[in-house]
Write a protein that binds this ligand. Structure first.
Ligand SMILES: C[S@@+](CC[C@H](N)C(=O)[O-])C[C@H]1O[C@@H](n2cnc3c(N)ncnc32)[C@H](O)[C@@H]1O
Length: 247
């Protein structure tokens, strides 16, 4: 089954998760700012920026941000927010498919936030994003990959959840397919008698697998964080966030 990004990450996504996302953003941006430790005006690429919740706060901190996203709906929401915040000088958004990303030696940092990695079926395509991130960076540039912690996820699944948000009834079922190493979320939304169904499947790599793929392209591991408070990774951490450097 193909993931329909525009559908899964469209209007319903923000209705369901928007408030949670906003609540998390300040702490996430403080973490990005302190771990990257860049000079004012540094150039940062936000790979799969969503509606730019990190990009906007980073722009306020005077970074120069380029956000890449495929969902037109999220980009439109982000563009409106940039205009309202008068940050058009600092932030630009590009609607680009990953295959069309072709920057080279341009950025001081690349960030990929909130599990925006692992969507492809093949390891080759997923790891290609790591290689592209490497190529986009200047020498000495940093790549921050913020993922859900696979080991923790496995210990919590299978599970189900239902919620009512803004008139939508949202039913989600989460499973981990051990043979494929993938976390699978099935989402049904009921609204005004209509039923919509979405599906997303994310390859969750072990830290050792990620380390290999990062070192293979030339990155050096600097640290692996387990949460946005700066604590280091362990098997029960909420997140798995490697910070790696282009040699
Ligand atoms: C979980 S959301 C996170 C968005 C944003 N980084 C944030 O923290 O709000 C994942 C985003 O990745 C985008 N995306 C599009 N194509 C993708 C791909 N091939 N791989 C990973 N993410 C992709 C989706 O449209 C979606 O906005």
């Amino acid at each position: 089954m193909q993931i329909d990004f525009d559908n899964f990450y469209g209007e319903d996504y923000l209705k369901i998760y928007g408030e949670d996302l906003e609540r998390r953003t300040q702490a996430e941006v403080e973490f990005i700012d302190s771990t990257l430790n860049l000079k004012p005006g540094a150039k940062v690429l936000d790979l799969f920026c969503g509606y730019g919740r990190h990009a906007i706060l980073l722009g306020k901190l005077n970074y120069q941000i380029v956000g890449i996203e495929t969902s037109q709906y999220l980009l439109d929401v982000g563009l409106k927010k940039i205009e309202e915040a008068k940050l058009k000088e600092n932030i630009s958004f590009l609607k680009l498919n990953p295959a069309d990303i072709n920057f080279s030696n341009e950025f001081d940092a690349v960030i990929n936030m909130y599990t925006s990695f692992g969507f492809y079926e093949s390891d080759e395509q997923n790891f290609n994003l790591i290689e592209k991130s490497y190529n986009m960076l200047k020498p000495g540039g940093k790549f921050l990959l913020d993922l859900v912690n696979r080991e923790k996820v496995i210990s919590l699944q299978p599970s189900k959840n239902w919620e009512e948000r803004e008139g939508l009834f949202v039913l989600e079922a989460y499973n981990f397919n051990h043979l494929k190493g993938r976390a699978i979320t099935r989402r049904i939304i009921l609204s005004n008698g209509l039923r919509k169904e979405g599906y997303i499947s994310i390859r969750l790599y072990t830290l050792a697998e990620l380390k290999n793929s990062m070192e293979n392209v030339g990155f050096k591991i600097n640290k692996v964080y387990g949460d946005y408070d700066g604590s280091l990774y362990n098997s029960q951490s909420p997140r798995m966030i490697p910070l790696v450097v282009k040699e």
